[in-house]
Design a protein around this ligand. Structure first.
Ligand SMILES: NC(=O)c1ccc[n+]([C@@H]2O[C@H](COP(=O)([O-])OP(=O)(O)OC[C@H]3O[C@@H](n4cnc5c(N)ncnc54)[C@H](O)[C@@H]3O)[C@@H](O)[C@H]2O)c1
Length: 293
């Protein structure tokens, strides 16, 4: 397959990482967002990350310069004209994604695959915004896209087998290990299974059965997990995890995804996790209110 130039829409956490991955694999990449300062911020972040790798001896100056020379930034969607593959990674909002896909329909060549990195928006609904929906597909990267090996390739109802195969081959050419879902689910396999597991860990904390540290220790030592579930929620972002479980709960109506009230309280209080914000470990240091049975 001859994919020489790609556009990545959305220069946030995922879009920036996907753009870097593509450029690292020799693809000319255009990164776009709604504002120039957002694009510039993403380009600066990529530059800083590469400089750190050069400093650690993991990459040469020339390799880093080559990667940076293949990424350009802009605003608007016009950059999609002349591209061979589109990856959309804008906010998780199905109306916004449909609006963008409808515009891309007239900007791009008809043989260009339009991939969305959505976690849980309906792929078939996004595809419905395009005249030729068999070229729309879910291509779900994991954070950080440069490091994580898995890419879930998720066909919509309308996606053609050719689009699936071309996307799978493209993911492999990027050094990824694709998994192709047999049909569209509410989210990909990893997101769905993981959300239930992570949610259960919060319930165990909420019920006062174990401390955050012991819940994570139990899952690391007893289930061979590389990271504890609460540590992982902190890394993903408590607000992002909450939004995901709320979506799964509303779409599946299954109690396994009912978000724990503790999550809502923590988000309302500004406990956002990630590396900088307070997370489950800060929370668990707040002494519980004594209860009498
Ligand atoms: N963060 C993750 O761990 C993760 C993992 C897999 C998939 N996803 C999915 O990837 C997508 C992006 O997630 P994210 O975490 O990078 O979000 P983010 O909030 O970090 O970035 C989204 C970007 O989209 C931009 N945007 C909004 N409207 C736009 C438009 N019209 N044109 C171009 N850009 C626009 C925003 O300005 C923002 O910079 C979502 O669909 C999300 O569900 C996220």
């Amino acid at each position: 397959m001859d994919i020489k130039k790609c556009v990545v829409l959305g220069a946030g956490t995922m879009g920036g990482g996907i753009a870097q991955l593509l450029a690292q694999n020799g693809i000319e990449t255009v990164l776009t967002d709604v504002r120039g300062d957002i694009v510039q911020g993403a380009l600066n972040k990529i530059k800083k990350g590469l400089a750190a790798r050069v400093e650690k001896g993991k990459m040469t100056e020339e390799e880093s310069a080559g990667i940076l020379s293949r990424i350009s930034g802009t605003t608007g969607l016009e950059a999609a004209a002349g591209c061979d593959f589109v990856i959309e990674a804008v906010l998780e909002d199905v109306s916004l994604k449909k609006e963008i896909f409808s515009k891309l329909d007239s900007i791009t060549r008809q043989d260009v695959i339009l991939a969305t990195n959505t976690t849980a928006c309906s792929l078939s609904e996004i595809a419905s915004a395009v005249k030729n929906p068999d070229r729309v597909i879910g291509m779900h990267f994991f954070n950080p896209p440069v490091v994580m090996k898995l890419v879930e390739i998720m066909p919509a109802l309308q996606t053609s087998p050719q689009t699936v195969e071309r996307t799978r081959a493209f993911a492999e050419s990027l050094g990824k290990e694709p998994v192709v879902t047999l049909k569209e689910g509410v989210a990909g396999i990893a997101s769905r299974v993981l959300a239930a597991l992570l949610n259960e860990a919060v319930w165990v904390l909420e019920e006062g059965i174990g401390s955050a540290a012991d819940i994570d220790k139990a899952m690391k030592m007893g289930a061979n997990q590389p990271m504890g579930p609460l540590e992982l929620i902190d890394l993903i972002g408590i607000d992002i995890h909450l939004a995901k479980t709320e979506t799964l709960y509303s779409k599946l109506g299954d109690a396994r995804y009912r978000p724990c009230y503790l999550l809502k309280k923590m988000v309302a209080a500004g406990y956002l996790g990630r590396k900088s914000g307070k997370g489950f470990y800060d929370y668990s240091q707040i002494p519980p209110v004594p209860t009498k049975l």
